[in-house]
Write a protein that binds this ligand. Structure first.
Ligand SMILES: Nc1ncnc2c1ncn2[C@@H]1O[C@H](COP(=O)(O)OP(=O)(O)OP(=O)(O)O)[C@@H](O)[C@H]1O
Ligand SMILES: [Mg+2]
Length: 223
């Protein structure tokens, strides 16, 4: 059964229309990218999935557990890494942090540190780990790579791939780095000014003039 189903979603902030008739789906175990320029409405779409923003019209259905890594990480800075993780499992009474340390082993040595004092990349790992604590069926990541060094990003991508292949985790990925998003995900949507302007298999999108020119620097991706 489709885990995320967004139908004809419209969201307004006051008089401004931020999202205008967007439909998208994520199937179980699927890796799907949502790309588009700043202000396109990407965060608004995913914020309706976790109930942070209310639709003006249209509908949003989530089947199963959804975990959201919000834009800007938003770890609890005063709390330790371990307590941040525990909070992620609170809603579903999931207390065991061991599986998270197993997939994100770098967090082990940081477990007693205050999250606010960690580097950006370390905080992003905490944010991902915290989201995984709820044992989600689908993980929504809003800007995975923002501000992170390429090696840290590669590491996180490898973890997501592993969770996808071994655990069947579905992922909806918002990403500034379109190449990374299209490489990781099999399918993608392109959002511009609140509307989906292109969608389809990542390879096809990467080869299209619209995506190649605007998002991949005009060079057709080879992967
Ligand atoms: N809380 C809010 N109140 C009013 N306007 C908002 C609010 N949040 C977002 N907007 C506006 O809605 C539009 C879509 O914003 P959104 O954050 O969804 O875009 P985005 O695609 O995630 O952009 P970015 O890539 O910069 O994160 C923008 O014009 C933004 O200024
Ligand atoms: Mg955003």
């Amino acid at each position: 059964m489709t885990v995320i189903e967004v139908s004809e979603l419209t969201v307004r902030y006051g008089a401004a229309v931020a999202v205008d008739g967007v439909s998208l789906t994520v199937e179980p175990g699927e890796l799907v990218a949502l790309i588009g320029p700043n202000g396109a409405g990407k965060s608004t779409v995913v914020n309706t999935l976790s109930g942070l923003v209310a639709p003006a019209s249209g509908s949003v259905a989530v089947r199963g557990r959804l975990a959201h890594v919000p834009e800007g990480r938003q770890v609890f800075g005063e709390l330790t890494v371990e307590d941040n993780l525990r909070l992620g499992g609170w809603r579903y009474k999931e207390r065991d942090t061991a599986p998270i340390f197993a997939v994100l082993p770098k967090l082990v040595e940081l477990r007693h540190r205050r999250a606010g004092l960690l580097s950006g990349g370390e905080q992003q790992m905490v944010a991902v780990g915290r989201a995984l604590m709820s044992r989600p069926d689908v993980l929504v990541v809003d800007e995975l790579s923002l501000g992170l060094a390429p090696l840290v990003v590669a590491d996180l991508v490898a973890h997501l791939k592993e969770l996808n292949t071994t655990g069947g985790l579905a992922v909806l990925l918002i990403e500034q780095n379109a190449r990374l998003a299209l490489d990781l995900c099999s399918r993608a949507y392109v959002l511009e000014a609140g509307r989906i302007v292109a969608e389809g298999p990542s390879a096809e999108l990467a080869a299209s003039d619209r995506v190649s020119g605007a998002y991949l620097g005009g060079v057709v991706a080879d992967g």
